[in-house]
Design a protein around this ligand. Structure first.
Ligand SMILES: Nc1nc2c(ncn2[C@@H]2O[C@H](COP(=O)(O)OP(=O)(O)O)[C@@H](O)[C@H]2O)c(=O)[nH]1
Ligand SMILES: [Mg+2]
Length: 136
């Protein structure tokens, strides 16, 4: 008899940070330069989020390094997961679009304000150049 383990991992983050692109890269090892952006509407699905992450073992929470707001949104996702997703054992914060590091907005963050902040931005992930997604 074959034994195997199954894990559920969810991908969360603000609109247009690159979630669909990461899925595509992971599943098909492909990056679509003209990936259609799903504009608006997504907040409408916010209330469905608990259904989406229910029973998940891991979560990737993504932000876009050129969009500070998306980083703050990522922190809220992590807070929500910690409070409400009891089965999620691993949460990874993923900073995407490092090919645009010249436009990085995270320098606007005053990290010294909160030296114990466990959500220090991590600039190690990117999906446009063939990348680290196999290591996630
Ligand atoms: N420069 C750059 N653009 C990216 C990267 N990942 C995604 N994008 C672009 O960002 C936009 C939004 O991506 P998408 O995957 O639709 O984001 P989602 O709304 O989070 O699913 C698209 O135009 C993508 O081509 C990346 O690593 N670098
Ligand atoms: Mg998408």
């Amino acid at each position: 008899m074959m034994n195997f383990l199954q894990f559920k991992v969810v991908l969360l983050g603000e609109t247009s940070v690159g979630k669909s692109s990461l899925s595509l890269r992971f599943v098909k090892d492909y990056f679509n330069e003209v990936q259609e952006i799903t504009i608006g509407g997504q907040e409408r699905y916010r209330s469905l989020a608990p259904m989406y992450y229910r029973g998940a073992h891991g979560a990737l929470v993504m932000y876009d390094i050129t969009n500070l707001e998306s980083f703050h949104r990522a922190k809220l996702w992590i807070q929500e997961l910690k409070e409400r997703a009891a089965t999620v054992a691993v949460i990874a914060l993923v900073g995407n679009k490092i090919d645009l590091s010249h436009a990085c907005e995270l320098s606007k963050l005053n990290l010294n304000n909160n030296p114990s902040d466990s959500l220090r931005p991590n600039l190690n992930q990117n999906i446009k150049p063939k990348c680290f997604c196999n290591d996630l």
